[in-house]
Design a protein around this ligand. Structure first.
Ligand SMILES: Nc1ncnc2c1ncn2[C@@H]1O[C@H](COP(=O)(O)OP(=O)(O)O)[C@@H](O)[C@H]1O
Ligand SMILES: [Mg+2]
Length: 265
């Protein structure tokens, strides 16, 4: 890919999250009896479950930063990534993105399972702002990186979740977006693919990029990030120096710092 001069520089804001709250309101499927249904219809009420997944989060991500996002399952990490990627509208507050966003999540969501991996690479590339010609130029690189072999021409509904993530990561890594969000996918797949993905992330680090990595792989985050945010129950509880934030998180989890269990937290 020709090196294109980029207008972003280290310290410029890539993503600005302002007082962000997100509430999921889900209709509860209770398999109502005829009697209860008639009753609720009569009163015009609906059973709903409300989850405050994010409450009043403020977070700026600068170009030149590799931000790790950590926190327990259900903390709200993926929700925040979906809002940043523009997939979910905020319930309250605001998210601004300065650059083009290409996310694993967005690419994954954008994949059409009825179509082949090859067709989806074109869709994903176009969605990430590439022209058809540019995708043609990069197709081999993407296909090679994914190591899918002949499966690249099989419908994606036949893919395992690992294969799915591989292709999504390959498109993201090859299109080299200004802002790259990787939600968990770095930890899918075999050790070799993980290592390769990690090396690619390291190559992508730079003053003109912002990388946001959601992961439970604390050793990896200590290695690759220069900034870490800890989300707990929808709130940003600590943010800053990776070792300090991860130490605090691990202390909170009371799992100690044994390398053996680090990667499984
Ligand atoms: N589509 C959804 N509908 C309703 N609740 C959801 C949905 N997605 C996530 N949640 C809830 O929102 C909270 C945050 O979830 P999530 O953002 O996936 O957390 P994390 O990625 O940190 O594990 C959890 O309580 C989860 O059950
Ligand atoms: Mg998640």
């Amino acid at each position: 890919m020709p090196s294109v001069s980029n207008s972003h520089k280290s310290g410029d804001i890539a993503v600005s999250v302002r007082d962000l709250s997100l509430t999921y309101t889900t209709a509860i499927d209770r398999k109502p009896t005829l009697k209860s249904r008639a009753k609720s219809l009569g009163r015009g009420t609906k059973q709903t479950r409300v989850v405050n997944a994010l409450s009043h989060v403020n977070l700026d991500v600068e170009y030149g930063h590799v931000l790790g996002v950590i926190g327990a399952n259900g903390a709200g990490k993926s929700t925040m990534m979906r809002v940043i990627a523009g997939i979910l509208p905020p319930t309250e507050g605001r998210v601004e993105v300065f650059g083009k966003v290409s996310t694993l999540l967005a690419l994954g969501v954008g994949f059409n399972p009825a179509m082949s991996g090859r067709k989806n690479v074109y869709l994903g590339g176009l969605a990430a702002g590439m022209s058809r010609g540019e995708i043609d130029d990069h197709f081999e690189e993407i296909a090679d990186f994914s190591e899918l072999g002949d499966a690249i021409d099989a419908p994606m509904r036949t893919y395992s979740s690992g294969m799915y993530a591989r292709l999504a990561f390959s498109v993201a890594a090859t299109t080299r977006p200004d802002i790259l969000i990787v939600d968990e996918a770095l930890s899918t797949g075999d050790a070799k693919f993980k290592e390769k993905s990690l090396n690619r992330m390291k190559e992508l680090r730079g003053d003109d990029r912002a990388l946001i990595l959601v992961s439970h792989a604390m050793l990896t985050l200590r290695d690759i990030c220069n900034d870490v945010a800890w989300i707990h129950k929808g709130k940003l509880v600590k943010r800053g120096n990776p070792d300090e934030v991860i130490d605090a998180y691990q202390e909170f989890l009371q799992v100690g710092k044994s390398a053996a269990i680090d990667e499984d937290v």
